[in-house]
Structure formats: structure tokens, C-alpha cells
Design a protein around this ligand. Sequence first.
Ligand SMILES: NC(=O)c1ccc[n+]([C@@H]2O[C@H](COP(=O)([O-])OP(=O)(O)OC[C@H]3O[C@@H](n4cnc5c(N)ncnc54)[C@H](OP(=O)(O)O)[C@@H]3O)[C@@H](O)[C@H]2O)c1
Length: 328
Amino acid sequence: MKAWQLHEAGDPWDHLQLDEVASPEPGPGTVRVAVDACDLNFADILQCQGSYQVRLPTPFVPGMNAAGTIVEVGDGVDLEIGQRIIGSTIDGHGGFAEEALLKPSVSNLIPEGIDPVTAVGMHVTYGTSWFALHQRGHLQPGETVLVLAAAGGVGSSAVQMAKAHGCWVIAAAGGPEKVETCRRLGADVVVDYTNDDLYERVMEATSGRGCDVVYDPVGGDYFDIARRLVAWEGRLLVVGFASGRIPSAPANHILVKNYSVVGVHMGGYRQFDDKPFERCYTELYDLLLAGDIDPLVSEVVGFDELPRALKDLFDRKTTGRVVFDPRR
Ligand SMILES: NC(=O)c1ccc[n+]([C@@H]2O[C@H](COP(=O)([O-])OP(=O)(O)OC[C@H]3O[C@@H](n4cnc5c(N)ncnc54)[C@H](OP(=O)(O)O)[C@@H]3O)[C@@H](O)[C@H]2O)c1
């Protein structure tokens, strides 16, 4: 089968190699799938560069999250060939290939009526925002939410999820086209933080009060501004560090303003407490089938375009999710 493989750590657009490799063999508790769709995550880039928290020995096939049709079932798996499944790929047999390995115990069956591109467009992004806003952030209807990188993958999902929960949403993103995307996603106020003063605009929009919840997948300098925008007794959700710098929050500032800095690591729940996942995806599929959320998939690419699309993601050129389809 065809697979993009990484033979040594580095930028994936320079280091990925298109190889002909043997199909991966499913061990006990795993299945082999024909990949139907695989989304491009910022974390896939970090993993290739060797700076992600989970490191894989080379060579490996990246693509940490995939939707596929089961073609072979390992021992102890109670599923059938032909069923459609989505989840994290395992053991370096990722989704940037014609086939991948998944573990059904940490995956979901894709409900009837949902196509694989939409399913992967939703899975990690909306899953992350569900854990951030609900499991960790205890979001209440009527609260004010500021989302950074709001036209991006997890950010665009946070805008829609907060709106679906009856919140007032300020979306901040880089550039006029991205803020237009945020407006179309349903944001009440948009801020182009590369051309405008984020602090001033948000304070103006909230009459100096700040925001009950701040959703930050960017870190770095934006985190330093965002922590000053959290309202009294608010929550600052630490989702990611796309800017590359891991920031710090001074404890005296947290104390004086009575706010919480809340860590969000969706994948960590797999190790410590699996139960919220069932609630998360039941609620998300209900919202999706009811039309209350509509995952933003801006581009679907085939094998040839994949390295370029990863570079676009790294260069802040993408909106929503870009999805790989090996049959394209
Ligand atoms: N905690 C979790 O469980 C979890 C789960 C999934 C993802 N994440 C993290 O969330 C972050 C976003 O992931 P994603 O896949 O959804 O990516 P993404 O949001 O589609 O892309 C990252 C966005 O960050 C913004 N950004 C600001 N400064 C940047 C810089 N210096 N370089 C690159 N981007 C910059 C850009 O938007 P603007 O141009 O609008 O600023 C860019 O589009 C990543 O750090 C990822 O690891 C965390």
C-alpha cells in the first residue's frame, strides 16, 4: 500500500517520503482499516518535528486521527469487516496512508448518514472543545467567551460549540479573511488581532469587564494578553501552543483577579478516566445530526498535495480543518 513515511525527525513537508509498504497487521484488540479520511492536526507537525509529547520511533506513518472501513479484525475485537470507525491511530501506523491501525476500545463507530470527511472534521476539533468548554470549563449559557485562533481547527469548533450553548462569543483571528470566516461561524464580535489591539477591542466589547471564559490554543504573546482579559472568577482554558512558546501565568495575578487557569488535555482522559468520551461523542453526534454544529472543512487533499497542505497549516494559511482522502 501507499504511505507517507517519516524516516527522520524534521519538518514533514521536507522529510515525508511516499513509500510502498506492507499493510500493517492488527494485533490483539486492534483493527486494520482502509483509510477513508484523515485530518491534518497541528500536533501531526509537532510529532514529525519531534516536539510533541508523544514521540514515535522512525520510520512511522503520521496522521494521528483517521476514519476508515474495517478490513481486518485482531483477536478479541467484537466488530465486523465493513463497519466504519473513527479514532486515534496507533503504533505509528497513521492515517496518511491507504491503510491504518485503530483500537476500537478508544474509537467510535461512525453513525449512519455522516460521511467520513465530516466525521474527521469534527472528531478531534469538537472533541477538544467539548472537553475544554464543558468537562473542564463548566461553560454556562449566557457567559461571554473569547476564542483565540478562532478560524483554525479547534478554534472554529469552539466558536460553534459556545454559540450552540447559548453564549456570547468574541472570535479573534489573524487577518481580514479569517475574521470573515469567524463571522460566518456565528461569532458575535470579531477581532483581527494581527491588525488591531486585542486587549482594547475585547475590553471595549465587554464594557471593561473581560470574558468569563478564554479559549487559548495559541499560547505565547497572545496568552500574555488573554490572561488580562479574563473576567473576575473567570476561566482561562489552556488548549495549545501553536505559536511555539509555552507561556506562564504569574500566581499573584491569578490570586488578585480570582480566576482559574485550566489545563485541557483531551487525550489524557484516555489514561485516567475514559467515561466522558462516551458523553462527549453522543452529544456531538446529536448536535451534528440536528444541524447545530457544522464542521468547517476548508480543503480535501490527496497524496500529492499532503506535504504542501501541512506547510500551509504551519504557515497559518488554513481555516477550519484540512482533510486527507487517499482516494483523491
Ligand atoms: N489540548 C488538547 O487536547 C488539544 C487537542 C487538539 C489540538 N490541540 C492544540 O491546539 C492547537 C491548534 O491546533 P489545530 O490543529 O486546531 O491548529 P489550527 O488552529 O488550525 O492552526 C493553528 C492556528 O494558530 C494560530 N497561530 C498564532 N500564532 C501562530 C504561529 N506563530 N504559528 C502558527 N500558528 C499560529 C493561527 O491562527 P491565526 O492566524 O488566526 O492566529 C493558526 O491558524 C495546537 O497547538 C494543538 O496542538 C490541543
